[in-house]
Design a protein around this ligand. Structure first.
Ligand code: MD3
Ligand code: FE
Length: 218
């Protein structure tokens, strides 16, 4: 008879890489070993730079709640989208990048073929049941050769992944707790979004999904 650790955890696959499209790699379960440290760091960031619903330049309140850490943070308001060194709520610098975020992002990027990734910003997104993120491109960073590393925590989501034109067809990819995705090369400017979050109850986050995106903004 054979027995290993995973036999006792039937719902968990061992971490493994799945190529998605050229330039994009899903590292299933890559963050699972660090879930407690990552979630504790998320709470520390949000204690200093609270979750908020940004307003798009077109005047819409975003359904996803956001905050940032690192040297720069992504903000949106009536004057547009940009990276700022300070939190517009209060004017203090964004909280420092937690060591756990940086180490995970660097390891994931290297695993996907982007050695030397050096993010200077992390956008944190919080989804509750029903929250969505409509199709968009991430193009506010100056160095588009650097990848973006995304970390999914808590409730699972359906990620929509299209092409370089908004009208291109979308693949639907399930992103679950602990999944890390590295988006670089030809995938870096692809349109993407998140379908409305289904209700659920995650053992570590309850009715929330948290996504971290680590970025090199300049
Ligand atoms: C593909 N976040 O913060 S992460 C975002 O789950 C964002 O919160 C989603 O899109 C989320 O901008 C998706 C996956 C992701 C992040 C950045 C990308 C995919 C990407 C940049 C380029 C291409
Ligand atoms: Fe995005």
């Amino acid at each position: 008879m054979t027995f290993d650790l995973f036999d006792s955890l039937p719902q968990l696959d061992p971490p493994h890489a799945e190529p998605l499209v050229p330039g994009a790699t899903v590292l299933r379960g890559f963050a699972r070993a660090h879930e407690q440290a990552l979630l504790a760091a998320v709470r520390e960031v949000a204690a200093r730079a609270p979750w908020r619903h940004l307003i798009t330049p077109g005047g819409q309140r975003m359904s996803v709640a956001m905050t940032n850490c690192g040297r720069f943070g992504w903000v949106s308001d009536a004057s547009g989208y940009r990276y700022e060194p300070a939190d517009p709520l209060g004017g203090a610098p964004w909280p420092p990048m937690p060591a756990s975020f940086l180490a995970l992002a660097r390891a994931a990027a290297a695993e996907a073929g982007f050695a030397g990734f050096s993010p200077d910003a992390c956008l944190l997104n919080r989804y509750l049941p029903g929250t969505r993120l409509s199709l968009h491109q991430d193009r506010d960073e100056l160095d588009l050769r650097a990848p973006i590393v995304s970390v999914s925590l808590g409730l699972p989501a359906v990620f929509l992944f299209g092409g370089l034109r908004r009208a291109d067809p979308c693949q639907r990819v399930r992103l679950a707790h602990g999944d890390v995705v590295v988006w670089g090369g030809p995938a870096r400017l692809a349109f993407h979004g998140i379908a409305p979050l289904a209700d659920g109850d995650h053992p570590l986050t309850g009715r929330e999904r948290i996504n971290l995106t680590l970025r090199k903004t300049r």
